[in-house]
Design a protein around this ligand. Structure first.
Ligand SMILES: *Cc1c(COP(=O)(O)O)cnc(C)c1O
Length: 356
């Protein structure tokens, strides 16, 4: 009796950061953008013609794909749009990784990668980041069925240069290399510049971070037309993951409005770099971040304890209770005044606990 329970999927899902809504909460735990979407995107949302929702959306998200292709200077058959880059990445894993050899990614990276591997029955091997938390292409010169790299990496915020990607791609001509560029706009060089040279390169992007649209669920990917055909084949084997009409209308305006987002990103980078200096002044080790968050530790601080202490004061940051990183905190960069409040709270914590 009850033997059907043995047939249930046995999987540990991805654990997203807490989305608690408390008035006055300083929320620096899920790398959302502290600035609102662009006025053009907001106005597209406000003037959206609700009547058009009686029709199914364009299955190919043609308008959006056209804009994204033009911006990247690639043909439209090299672009795929989806409901968040998590969806694009999940479909890409299913589409690209059908070898019996393991897919490689770093041991410290986006924790969704092992979840998709287990969901789809893909074998994988985690390649340790070196002690400096950087990646070295030589570590990826081994039998594999694919490679996945987040650049800048999460949760470290550290970016690798194009030299790393060239070496990685040159060493792995028979594998598909996915570069997850969720945070690229905050300071890394995009692998997109290599896309014409390497047919085995796929670059995933999102509207959630630098475009302030995490709630809209919009992501996209670039790659050789054969890669895009394959991702679309997976996408169209589910029912039915087209980008919805509303997201497409708002996203199209957000994609066009580069100027607004460039200005907001520059402001965020200024706040990030000044917060980094202040934290270093308190004795924290802060990696040079190319993302919209910083990864910090302190020889005298129990990161889990500080996370709980801050949470008790309505400041939410991210603590990963995991090997190699449980003595770190990942702090999303918010508005300047939010970072000031956090810094004041951390200074108080250090005094209270007598840490210097
Ligand atoms: C936020 C994030 C994504 C996905 O974001 P979506 O909201 O699904 O577009 C993908 N990769 C990394 C590393 C991220 O941090």
């Amino acid at each position: 009796m009850g033997g059907w329970r043995d047939n249930l999927i046995d999987i540990e899902p991805y654990a997203p950061g807490e989305q608690i809504r408390v008035p006055g909460l300083i929320k620096l735990n899920t790398n959302e953008n502290p600035f609102p979407p662009s006025p053009a995107a907001a106005s597209a949302a406000g003037s959206f013609d609700a009547k058009s929702l009686m029709r199914y959306p364009d299955p190919d998200a043609g308008e959006l794909v056209g804009i994204l292709a033009a911006k990247a200077g690639v043909s439209e058959d090299m672009v795929v749009a989806g409901n968040g880059s998590d969806e694009i990445l999940a479909f890409a894993f299913r589409a690209f990784f059908n070898s019996s050899r393991p897919v490689l990614f770093p041991d410290v990276t986006y924790s969704f990668y092992p979840v998709w591997c287990r969901l789809f029955g893909i074998s994988y091997e985690e390649i340790p980041l070196r002690d400096d938390f950087h990646m070295y292409a030589a570590d990826y010169e081994r039998e594999n069925g694919g490679v996945v790299i987040a650049n800048p990496n999460a949760p470290t915020g550290i970016a690798e240069g194009l030299g790393f990607f060239r070496n990685l791609l040159d060493a792995n001509p028979d594998s598909i290399v996915i570069v997850d560029e969720a945070y690229v706009d905050f300071g890394a060089d995009s692998a997109l510049t290599l896309i014409g040279e390497y047919d085995n390169l796929f670059v995933a992007r999102t509207f959630s971070k630098s475009r302030s649209l995490a709630g809209l669920r919009l992501g996209f990917g670039y790659g050789h037309a054969d890669l895009v055909v394959s991702v679309n084949a997976v996408k169209n084997s589910f029912n039915s993951y087209a980008v919805d009409s509303f997201a497409m209308a708002v996203g199209a305006e957000a994609a066009r409005d580069d100027r607004y987002y460039r200005e907001r990103t520059a402001e965020l980078v200024r706040v990030r770099d000044s917060f980094t200096e202040s934290m270093r002044g308190l004795g924290f080790i802060v990696y040079d971040s190319s993302a919209n968050f910083v990864f910090v530790s302190h020889p005298g601080v129990d990161a889990g304890d500080m996370y709980g202490w801050l949470k008790g004061r309505d400041i939410l940051v991210r603590w990963f209770d995991k090997p190699r990183i449980r003595d770190h905190l990942r702090i999303t960069i918010g508005l300047a005044e939010e970072m000031d409040a956090l810094f004041t709270a951390i200074s108080t914590y250090m005094k209270e606990k007598n840490i210097r």
